[in-house]
Design a protein around this ligand. Structure first.
Ligand code: SF4
Length: 217
């Protein structure tokens, strides 16, 4: 049902793995639309890791300001680009271990870059995936590494990237935090947390993002 509802594609506009990595770092605490507004000017001025590593922080901040936390993000991007130049010849590595050694890159960002940029299956676990995986009864934990392990064990690798991206879309559009729209949700007939189910606690669980019965690990 998720596959019939959402394309499972990444909304961050990018031309290569470097642009995808930068856009994913910028997407923290903001929307993909906001990131897509600033990246054309950003990549026109800083076309690769070497240019970004040598960026004037204030000039970079001015470009990425609409994405919020722009001073922190500017510093993070310059450090990240510097490490790409120093250790990877200015290219983005295509392996989890190398990606997560880059400054500011965790498993979530690495899985987006691997899945979308390199075609390497990965489940990116963000706040939406955490909430949805619990509400749907797939897991009973908020630990992102455990969620990644448990959910990927349920799916063929070819589905990992798309499933995560679809859960994120569903969390943005329908199963919104604290105000899930269960009556119009295409998953309502399967979802154990749906407020349309009989029982006094289902709707409260959906609003709290709590798992249906299981203890959290
Ligand atoms: S039925 Fe409600 S709680 Fe379940 S996934 Fe849909 S919106 Fe979320």
């Amino acid at each position: 049902m998720l596959a019939a509802t959402y394309p499972g594609t990444c909304a961050l506009v990018h031309a290569d793995a470097f642009q995808l990595l930068v856009a994913t770092v910028l997407s923290a605490q903001t929307t993909d639309e906001r990131v897509n507004q600033v990246t054309p000017a950003l990549f026109a001025r800083y076309g690769g890791a070497a240019a970004l590593a040598g960026a004037d922080p204030q000039a970079l901040e001015a470009i990425i300001r609409p994405t919020g936390f722009f001073r922190t993000k500017a510093r993070a991007l310059i450090r990240l680009a510097g490490q790409l130049v120093d250790e990877h010849g200015g290219t983005v590595p295509g392996a989890m271990a190398q990606l997560t050694r880059l400054p500011g890159v965790g498993r979530k960002t690495a899985n987006v870059v691997l899945g979308v940029g390199f075609g390497v299956p990965g489940l990116a676990v963000d706040t939406h995936v955490t909430r949805l995986a619990n509400l749907l009864g797939l897991v009973a934990t908020r630990d992102p590494v455990k969620i990644e392990q448990q959910v990927t064990a349920m799916l063929p690798p070819s589905q990992w990237t798309g499933f995560g991206l679809r859960l994120i879309e569903h969390g943005r559009q329908v199963c919104v935090a604290n105000r899930p729209r269960c009556p119009v949700c295409p998953l309502q007939s399967w979802c154990p947390s749906s407020s349309t189910r009989a029982g006094p606690t289902a709707g409260r669980r959906a609003r709290r993002g709590a798992p249906p019965g299981g203890r959290r690990a």
